[in-house]
Design a binder for this molecule. Structure first.
Ligand code: FMN
Length: 337
């Protein structure tokens, strides 16, 4: 059975069900483009401030840029005021023409939560409803939400939060199956994906512990007998330094052997990733920001520790050219694998 199938999100049809999650500091145009090369069907921007957008802060714009190989993307907004979120959605829809606009109801960062945004919204499903309703009335673009299980273990309310979002007009719901209290620790509650899929009339996307192609197959194939299907999966930490997870997941969903990814392919992706980053940011920012990406690409590589030490000292494009050459020399066979 081919599990790699298109997904309808309101008026938009995503070509498949493998998504890149919104990940602050990672899901920018450069990384989304590298993931698109590997078969990512739809990528989400990192969360963008609705307040910053409506005040015309230019710093936000770089988060919304995209590359030519990314015809469709989803923009994620955060905020707590329905009117501001609706205005931000209008600005984004008009200028950046996303396929989907998503509402962040899961960010656990104290600064965000204190302002009533992100996972603070899990404590106020009525506000989720009002935000989605205001945004849906303001734009033709499908509005979706990304929620958590709840605020903490004593207040698990994802079914209520999702129902409120759907009442407001949400076209899909992503569940990060952890509470705000858990942050990113512990195991995601996989059965919760199925409980949610059974409870709402819109597609449900799964987020949490998507670290392998097998996890995508397991979740999309239903998990347990008779459970309604989860419509899509989102890779987050599992894609950092490994955009190939999309190619492997796609093959696995199609019942094909997962492609073996050689060291040279990894190096080529990292080189392209930096090249695209240099295009979007100034050299200084791109080079500093790319250090963490370089380390992620080197994860699990033999001799990676020495290369990582070198990566974190790179400050210019020239430094990286030397670093990439050293990496190439470290590949058994001189980079021809
Ligand atoms: C560094 C980092 C930044 C994140 N930024 C966002 C964000 O901007 N918006 C969002 O909805 N989720 C964000 N997330 C959560 C991820 O989208 C995802 O739901 C979470 O990492 C669980 O998936 P995983 O266990 O497969 O990594 C972030 C996660 C991490 C680790």
């Amino acid at each position: 059975m081919n599990l790699h199938v298109p997904v309808r999100i309101g008026s938009f049809q995503a070509r498949g069900n493998l998504f890149l999650a919104p990940v602050a500091g990672y899901s920018d145009a450069a990384f989304r483009s590298v993931c698109a090369d590997q078969g990512c069907d739809l990528a989400f921007t990192e969360m963008v401030s609705s307040e910053a957008l409506t005040r015309g802060h230019l710093k936000t714009e770089v988060l919304l840029a995209r590359e030519d190989n990314e015809p469709d993307y989803a923009v994620q907004l955060f905020g707590s005021d329905p009117g501001v979120m609706a205005r931000a959605a209008e600005i984004v829809a008009e200028r950046w023409k996303p396929a989907v606009i998503d509402v962040n109801c899961g960010c656990p960062v104290p600064k965000i939560v204190k302002a009533g945004s992100g996972s603070a919204l899990m404590r106020d499903p009525g506000r989720i409803r009002a935000i989605v309703a205001a945004m849906s009335a303001a734009v033709d673009v499908p509005v979706t939400v990304k929620i958590r299980l709840g605020w903490d273990d004593s207040s698990i309310n994802y079914l209520e939060a999702a129902a409120a979002a759907v009442e407001g007009g949400a076209a899909a719901v992503t569940l990060h199956a952890r509470t705000r209290e858990r942050g990113y620790a512990g195991t995601a509650d996989r059965p919760a994906f199925y409980r949610l899929a059974a409870a709402v009339p819109v597609p449900v996307f799964a987020s949490g512990d998507l670290f392998s192609a097998a996890a995508a197959v397991d979740i999309l194939s239903g998990g347990s007998e008779g459970a309604p299907a989860v419509a899509g999966v989102m890779f987050a930490r599992g894609a950092m330094g490994d955009p190939f997870i999309f190619a492997r997941a796609r093959a696995a969903l199609e019942g094909l052997p997962e492609p073996a990814i050689g060291d040279s392919a990894r190096l080529a992706a990292a080189r392209r990733h930096l090249e695209l980053s240099l295009r979007h940011y100034g050299e200084r920012t791109a080079c500093v920001e790319f250090r963490k990406q370089a380390c992620a690409y080197l994860k699990g590589m033999q001799g990676g520790a020495e290369l990582r030490r070198r990566a974190v000292a790179c400050s210019t494009a020239e430094d990286y050219a030397g670093f990439f050459d050293a990496w190439e020399r470290a590949i058994p066979g001189g980079g021809v694998s």
